[in-house]
Design a protein around this ligand. Structure first.
Ligand code: CP
Ligand code: NVA
Length: 304
């Protein structure tokens, strides 16, 4: 057995992905019954955060504690990573001391380089290119609320960003149709799109994407690292608000997801976000905990 990493959803095969989602649902039920298991006793997760986080940090740290292990928060501000120590050196040192590493960073190649030199599993906790842990939670949430997403139609409204790229991978792995509505100039990466061209279509109006959809998702228009583009993006995404009116074009039992944090009145209306008949964002956020516990178990069990 080699060391397994989770840098994108495609690092799992289709059966493995489904088993992680099912295990997440099981772990949630066990937690709700007060039943704990501690497969990570005496184990340590290193958490490298080069960008801010609420959900990801809390879910990994709490998840590790609940499984009997502990987590170390490592920020570039107070490690040598921030002073230019090469990723390859940091990977070799840190991975000799901890049992698993999660990294939130800018360039996806930072994760790839770290993983190449790491003795232990590495998890992508968000890069500029992908956010696969969020998709584990989103898939779990859809399965819990509506059953399998296979054969369904999913609409992504907004930026062709890291979340959108992970939705493209999810469409490939879970066999759903994905319609992406984004303004010209904000399309997803061509190479990522090309891999999934039979499953994914890019359209130019939110209405086209959402018509007949079973699942509608969006995200902020300016991601972390794009703060200086905020004003330009506000103008470019004019008309891309997801609200109750837009949702009237979706299927009657369609649900709405957002990875959060949300900007009410920009990409989503406050009324839709708070409408628990349609919006499942709080379950989606909670499921980060269960999905990542299932993922960490899987990586530990399948690495030597
Ligand atoms: N959705 C998500 O990853 O949230 P955080 O940035 O708070 O971790
Ligand atoms: N696209 C957003 C997701 C935040 C969880 C970002 O990268 O900032």
């Amino acid at each position: 057995m080699a060391v397994r990493h989770f840098l994108t959803l495609l690092d799992l095969n289709r059966d493995e992905l489904r088993s992680v989602v099912e295990r997440a649902i099981e772990l949630k039920a066990l937690r709700n019954q007060g039943i704990a298991s501690e497969p990570f006793r005496n184990k340590v997760l290193g958490m490298i955060f080069e960008k801010s986080s609420t959900r990801t940090r809390v879910s990994f740290e709490a998840g590790m504690a609940q499984m009997g292990g502990s987590a170390l928060f490592l920020s570039p501000r107070d490690t040598q990573l921030g002073r230019g120590e090469p990723i390859e050196d940091s990977a070799r040192v840190i991975s000799r001391m901890v049992d698993m590493v999660m990294i939130r960073t800018f360039g996806h190649n930072v994760l790839e380089r770290f993983a190449e030199y790491s003795k232990v599993p590495v998890i992508n906790a968000l890069s500029d290119s992908y956010h696969p842990c969020q998709l584990l939670a989103d898939l779990q949430t859809y399965v819990e609320h509506r059953g399998s997403p296979e054969g369904k139609t999913v609409a992504w409204v907004g930026d062709g960003n890291n979340m959108c790229h992970s939705y493209i991978n999810a469409a490939l792995m879970y066999d759903f149709e994905l319609r992406i509505a984004c303004p010209e100039g904000y399309d997803p990466d061509e190479a990522i799109l090309a891999r999934a061209k039979d499953r994914v279509q890019v359209v130019r109006t939110p209405k086209e994407a959402v018509s007949g959809a079973d699942w509608v998702a969006t995200d902020v228009w300016a991601s972390m690292g794009q703060e200086t583009e905020q004003q330009i993006r506000l103008r470019a995404f004019d008309g891309y608000l997801v609200d109750h009116e837009l949702m009237t074009h979706a299927n009657r039992d369609a649900i709405f997801m957002h990875c959060l944090p949300a900007h009410r009145g920009e990409e989503v209306s406050g009324e839709l976000l708070e409408d628990e008949k349609i919006s499942v964002v709080w379950d989606e956020a909670e499921n980060r905990l269960h999905a990542q516990k299932a993922l960490m178990e899987f990586l530990q069990d399948n690495s030597n």
